[in-house]
Ligand binder design. Sequence first.
Ligand SMILES: C[S@@+](CC[C@H](N)C(=O)[O-])C[C@H]1O[C@@H](n2cnc3c(N)ncnc32)[C@H](O)[C@@H]1O
Length: 143
Amino acid sequence: MGLHLLGLSNIILTDIAPVMPALKRNLKRNKPVLGKTLKTSQLYWNNSNQIKTLNPPFDFVIAADVVYIEESVGSLVGAMEELVADDGVVLLGYQVRAKEAHEKFWELCEKVFLIEKVPHEDLHVEYAFEEADVYVMRKKMIK
Ligand SMILES: C[S@@+](CC[C@H](N)C(=O)[O-])C[C@H]1O[C@@H](n2cnc3c(N)ncnc32)[C@H](O)[C@@H]1O
């Protein structure tokens, strides 16, 4: 939602089916600030049809606190790779939730992305927590 306020267009907010009602409620509540209702779409990271329906690639793929189930880490990284443009950016808010998921996630990400950690001093003081990091990831272009 914040990115819409910064002027980005063609924003789609996604989540799994049980969370969609809360996501839509949240958007509706913020409509006075947003000035419009942003698009939403159901997305399970392992569902390639749902990924295609979003009509990638996107300049930005943004995710926060999504790495905690080891079994879904592979599909998450796959979805990020499919969704982001070759010259696009994945922005990731990250906190370690589960050791196995954490290790597998970064192992897979390193194969696909060049990864930069944003220094904490560059984060807004109100949103900089010691236990959380922000990463900028760009596709490794294999030639
Ligand atoms: C810990 S919540 C974080 C929510 C929000 N990004 C935040 O930071 O408050 C993790 C989110 O990942 C979503 N999620 C988990 N597994 C998923 C999957 N397999 N496909 C798509 N979304 C998934 C959950 O539904 C949930 O919205």
